[in-house]
Design a protein around this ligand. Structure first.
Ligand code: 6SG
Length: 209
């Protein structure tokens, strides 16, 4: 039986990075999809969630909320959290940077898509430049040190979303582009992306991407 269960809406959303990480680390999980109208709005699950939100992650009888806490938990358990305390702090820093951009992306998708997309794409290079500089400096091709970390899966997931939003958004960022290519070429990520588990889910819950 899969050791992990992910309870979330039937979207990639905030579970995209978690699933790339699990797949790449050779871990299986069970998806428990929650229907927004039928289950979430009418049932009592929301009241049982620590912050009234999903995803919920179950590792046996250990239950965890907050997508970034879930990433960190997996990073600790699967050796994807830097090689020492300083690298772990740098991984945290990079993941917080990814979260800052993800929040902007989510705001665009769910609140401002029809009015602000052009402005968002104008501002995007300013944000992407920062990740580009880190990737250019670190010769391993990863964000921190010479090993993959949970922040890499998180950045990868978010860059894929941006490539759907604007297919040429990485054209002036060669290191970011090759980061995405290298991540996509990892055999377990490649086969996960070819699976129904990945393909059947839309990126977001409102049909916008
Ligand atoms: C939504 O915000 O997917 N959780 C979401 N929404 C329901 O009642 N800081 C934490 C974390 O990192 C944020 C959690 C996050 O874990 S994620 C949640 O629980 C609530 O608040 C974004 C996402 N949206 C897609 C979606 C499908 C069903 C509900 C939300 C229908 C489609 C879009 C909105 C309604 Fe929809």
């Amino acid at each position: 039986m899969a050791p992990y269960t992910i309870t979330y809406f039937a979207v990639k959303g905030r579970c995209g990075a978690i699933k790339f990480m699990l797949a790449d680390q050779g871990m299986d999980w069970k998806d428990n999809f929650v229907d927004f109208e039928a289950d979430w709005m009418k049932g009592d699950l929301k009241d049982k969630c620590v912050f009234g939100q999903l995803p919920m992650f179950e590792d046996g009888d250990f239950v965890l909320f907050q997508s970034n806490a879930i990433l960190r938990h997996l990073g600790r358990n699967h050796g994807a959290y830097g090689k020492d305390a300083k690298q772990a702090a740098l991984v945290d820093m990079m993941n917080d940077g990814v979260e800052d951009l993800r929040l902007k992306y989510i705001k665009l998708i769910y609140q401002e898509y029809d009015t602000q997309k052009e402005q968002y794409l104008k501002d995007l290079p300013t944000h992407l430049t920062k990740f580009e500089a880190v990737l250019a400096k670190n010769k391993s091709g990863f964000l921190v040190g010479d090993k993959i970390s949970f922040a890499d899966y998180n950045l990868y997931d978010l860059l894929l979303n941006h490539l759907v939003l604007c297919p040429c958004c990485l054209d002036s960022f060669p290191h970011s582009k090759s980061f995405v290519e290298k991540m996509s070429a990892r055999p377990k990520i490649k086969s996960f992306k070819e699976s129904d588990k990945f393909k059947k889910l839309p990126i977001n819950g409102n049909g916008k991407d």
